[in-house]
Design a protein around this ligand. Structure first.
Ligand SMILES: C[S@@+](CC[C@H](N)C(=O)[O-])C[C@H]1O[C@@H](n2cnc3c(N)ncnc32)[C@H](O)[C@@H]1O
Length: 351
């Protein structure tokens, strides 16, 4: 298994490629990139035969910013006959470890969407054929992936159950809540799913906690905090949705979010202000290093060029400021499905 397949947002292949190349080289797994602008995936081909398997064993998926999902595989299976695609797929599966349930995917492009029906049609016959060959094991540490590139060309691979995105293609199935005042609400919900393990939600996102929302209007993010039972100071010169104010859990401050300071430290800071990313990064570092919040979710707008380098630069800046304040922090970034030209950051004080 010397191919590592990485899904990413279309248009961000270069960033995804730069990131995996750097991390793989640092891990001593050398190889080269195969990708094309707009195809929504990147393949890292390793020089050593089992390099891709070694990479998913050594790297943490959570450390990747631009990859939405990954799996290890072999070269693509091309020229699949329309009359029997399953046969050659099962033959290829013999070179892979037995795995659990099957995830059927396509690249996140318009052409990819058109192929999802074919993928769904293949699911049952492929699973049945894999079971017959004893290649399905519910206790395996792998999941099967079938990636449909076209009717004739597919990848069959596996991803580690404990080191991958929870959703097919890394795209969460979240429903837009009717009562939320903006579509942006899903961004915070996705961030929580990504950064906070489900078993910690009852403590870290508990009712009664206090939060500040900078750039809050009309209130999509505040709505998520209120839904968890939190009390929110919402900072924005723009108007907040009436329905949220009626909850009695929200105090609206018509102030500049970059100047606002909480009277007492809070559990959560969230910030969705679209401003210069370095300005937002400095402010987040200030809040954490001053002890004004325990953890934070924030968005960083990306520049047109050098986007991978910019994330690395801002990460270093926040870490340095926290270190200078004598703080140990956990800091992570992800380009979420609901992010466009931006990444979402999460920071938490460890001591
Ligand atoms: C993308 S919108 C936020 C959407 C919000 N998170 C939601 O879910 O409804 C950005 C908001 O940032 C606000 N904003 C921009 N600069 C700001 C500043 N310096 N201080 C406070 N708010 C600011 C804007 O008024 C705008 O309402």
């Amino acid at each position: 298994m010397n191919h590592l397949f990485l899904h990413c947002r279309p248009g961000f292949e270069k960033e995804c490629a730069a990131e995996i190349q750097e991390l793989a080289t640092a891990a001593g797994v050398y190889g080269f990139i195969k990708t094309r602008e707009g195809q929504a995936y990147v393949i890292y081909v390793t020089h050593e035969p089992d390099g891709a398997q070694r990479l998913v064993g050594q790297l943490h998926f959570m450390d990747l910013v631009f990859a939405r999902q990954w799996f290890v595989t072999t070269a693509p299976l091309a020229n699949l006959p329309p009359g029997d695609r399953v046969g050659p797929l099962v033959e290829a599966a013999q070179a892979l470890p037995a795995a659990r349930s099957l995830v059927v995917e396509t690249p996140d492009t318009n052409e990819g969407k058109e192929l999802s029906t074919l993928g769904k049609k293949l699911t049952s016959p492929l699973m049945a054929a894999l079971k017959k060959q004893r290649l399905v094991d519910p206790k395996s540490r792998w999941h099967w992936h079938l990636l449909v590139l076209s009717g004739q060309c597919m990848y069959l691979g596996v991803s580690p159950v404990d080191n991958r995105a929870a959703w097919p293609m890394g795209i969460p199935r979240l429903r837009q809540p009717r009562e939320a005042p903006s579509r942006a609400t899903l961004k915070l919900e996705e961030a929580w799913h990504h950064f906070i393990p489900e078993y910690e939600w009852d403590v870290r996102l508990a009712g009664g906690l206090r939060a500040v929302d900078l750039g809050a209007a009309p209130g999509g993010w505040t709505w998520q905090l209120v839904r968890r039972g939190m009390f929110v100071d919402a900072v924005d010169n723009g108007p907040m949705a009436e329905s949220l104010m009626e909850s009695g859990q929200v105090t609206h401050h018509r102030e500049d979010g970059f100047v606002y300071q909480p009277k007492k430290s809070v559990d959560w800071l969230v910030c969705d202000i679209a401003d210069k990313p370095a300005r937002v990064a400095n402010m987040i570092a200030l809040w954490v290093s001053q002890g004004w919040c325990r953890e934070a979710v924030f968005n960083l707008k990306l520049p047109m060029k050098q986007r991978y380098a910019e994330v690395a630069r801002l990460r270093e800046r926040i870490e340095q400021q926290c270190e200078a304040a004598g703080l140990d922090v956990a800091l992570a970034f992800k380009q979420l499905y609901h992010d466009r030209e931006e990444v979402t950051g999460h920071i938490m004080r460890l001591r």
